[in-house]
Design a protein around this ligand. Sequence first.
Ligand SMILES: Nc1nc2c(ncn2[C@@H]2O[C@H](COP(=O)(O)OP(=O)(O)OP(=O)(O)O)[C@@H](O)[C@H]2O)c(=O)[nH]1
Ligand SMILES: [Mg+2]
Length: 400
Amino acid sequence: MARLAFCQLRTLISSSQRNAWLLASSQRLGTEKYPSQIPSFGCRRTLCISAVQQQEVEPLTGKEQRLLSNIYGGLLNGQRACLAEAITLVESAHPRKRQIALILLQKVLSHHREQEQLNNGKPLAFRVGLSGPPGAGKSTFIEYFGKMLTEQGHKVAVLAVDPSSSTSGGSLLGDKTRMTELSRDMNAYIRPSPTRGTLGGVTRTTNEAILLCESGGYNIVLVETVGVGQSEYAVADMVDMFVLLLPPAGGDELQGIKRGIIEMADLVTITKADGDLLIPARKIQAEYVSALKLLRKRSKTWRPQVIRISAKTGEGIPELWKKMAEFQNTMLASGELLARRRSQQKVWMWNLIQENVLLHFRNHPAVKDQIPLLEQQVLAGVLSPGHAADVLLKAFSESS
Ligand SMILES: Nc1nc2c(ncn2[C@@H]2O[C@H](COP(=O)(O)OP(=O)(O)OP(=O)(O)O)[C@@H](O)[C@H]2O)c(=O)[nH]1
Ligand SMILES: [Mg+2]
């Protein structure tokens, strides 16, 4: 185990090497603000690491530098095409593009921090997660809500987290066809979910896309996710406020909604409260009001509420926005909003480490070829999962 810990440490150090390379690259780009962004690993080690890295990584070519400054300049000027290009860059799995994306993100973070300081330490944007079962009315609501916000002078970005798209082959979310008006609105930006990748990969790029949208001047970022798998937990960990949207379905249909996710909700919204669905919507609202009383509270100052809306008639949507603003003010005043953001940074860091360590492990020559056979033996009941894990971990630690 000690050796395993040592190997994991080596993986971590390789990420510090990446930072050192970023430092060297940023200095070449003349962006002297980087050093303060990058954790200090001690002068000697940094020098040694950057020497190693400089041998391994090609410096930015003139073309790459021009590309980077065009994207960055355009992004800060609010050009949607540059925002789209920046998000495509951070979503890229290509190692070289990923390196350029990291430099861009460092520049964006540095700019972000300056802007927040100018704003008396207050966040530049309000991040809202919207989750609910398939067909709950999320996209229809975002179309109405987004339009209402842009008419009030806000700039709205809509991002989707949809890990299911990697298996179903098409994006369920961020479906522009249901957001026809909003996608034509110059003060709105809609980004469908990347169609490839694991939940870890998709959430990493969504976190980065949030930052990019905020640098492009979007002051409200809506992150939509369908309530399947673990995606709603991932979204709850990247937003200021987490809103659960539930359709006025019968009690049985809502049985599948996990208790844990209701506990995460800062607001429960019953959708489609119109026509024949108004009475069931009222009933579900009352049920959730009682249910919330029994659940664990997520905040010291905010009590989650249950409200009814209709994206068809627009009823309840201005009130919903009022509640959201009330939440933001309460949580800012109590310091909880900034505390939530800080702890999310830590979760984000550990998610990245987890993803990278696992990837490194799975692709390690000492274990890669053994995995299929051991998995088969575990499936056949010949080998216990614990034993198989031990074999792989031992092979990994002995060869590292
Ligand atoms: N009556 C009524 N129907 C609605 C309302 N909002 C959405 N719908 C209908 O509900 C269905 C699903 O709506 P979507 O907005 O696509 O739901 P979604 O949650 O985005 O669905 P997925 O992205 O597939 O998970 C559509 O047929 C909508 O027309 C509403 O306020 N009232
Ligand atoms: Mg949808």
